[in-house]
Design a protein around this ligand. Structure first.
Ligand SMILES: [Zn+2]
Length: 181
């Protein structure tokens, strides 16, 4: 395992994330590759990933940091409750993007689709086109602050494919740019 992968795991552990090593994912015909995937079951000690998500380590680490610094904080600010789980509908998956023009970041374990959040008081917040006001404030906060830590941020309103989840990824972009829509 390269040094940067080992370093990433040490950092992920220090963040309190819980994860297992996974076998390399390769499908050269389809163009999919994750040399050193991890399966993350918790982004921090008390926050589940449901179901556990197979990601590359950089994406897992970016998510753990984001959940701790932004999502957990937003749930305390907006609801006065702790974040209990982040629900995801797609992590590593070997497929092309919806428009099929280019391979998806999901094919590199470099993207996560988040469909909702559950809080310690039982509140459930779904990513949806017209959430109730309080949920909307929470979701907007998360979506805005995701732009930067993640280079691509899509969700309801971006296009019909993203009406029920946030797509976050670490696609390399020129000049440190972002695509947030
Ligand atoms: Zn996605």
């Amino acid at each position: 395992m390269p040094r940067e992968e080992a370093d990433c795991r040490a950092q992920l552990k220090a963040l309190g994330a819980v994860f297992d090593e996974q076998q390399s994912e390769y499908d050269t015909a389809a163009g999919c590759a994750v040399p050193y995937p991890v399966k993350v079951s918790r982004f921090e000690a008390s926050v589940d990933v449901a179901p556990p998500a197979e990601l590359n380590c950089s994406m897992a680490k970016a998510m753990a940091q984001f959940v701790q610094e932004v999502v957990s904080q937003a749930s305390r600010e907006e609801f006065g409750a702790d974040l209990k789980s982040v629900e995801q509908v797609s992590a590593f998956v070997c497929r092309s993007r919806h428009d099929a023009s280019k391979i998806s970041e999901h094919a590199y374990g470099n993207a996560l689709d988040i469909s909702g959040f559950t809080l310690s008081d039982g509140t459930r917040i779904d990513v949806e086109p017209k959430p109730q006001e309080k949920h909307a404030r929470f979701l907007d906060k998360i979506r805005k602050q995701a732009c930067g830590p993640f280079t691509t941020v899509l969700g309801p309103g971006s296009d019909p494919d993203h009406d029920r989840h946030f797509h976050l990824d670490l696609a390399p972009r020129r000049n440190g740019g972002t695509f947030c829509q």
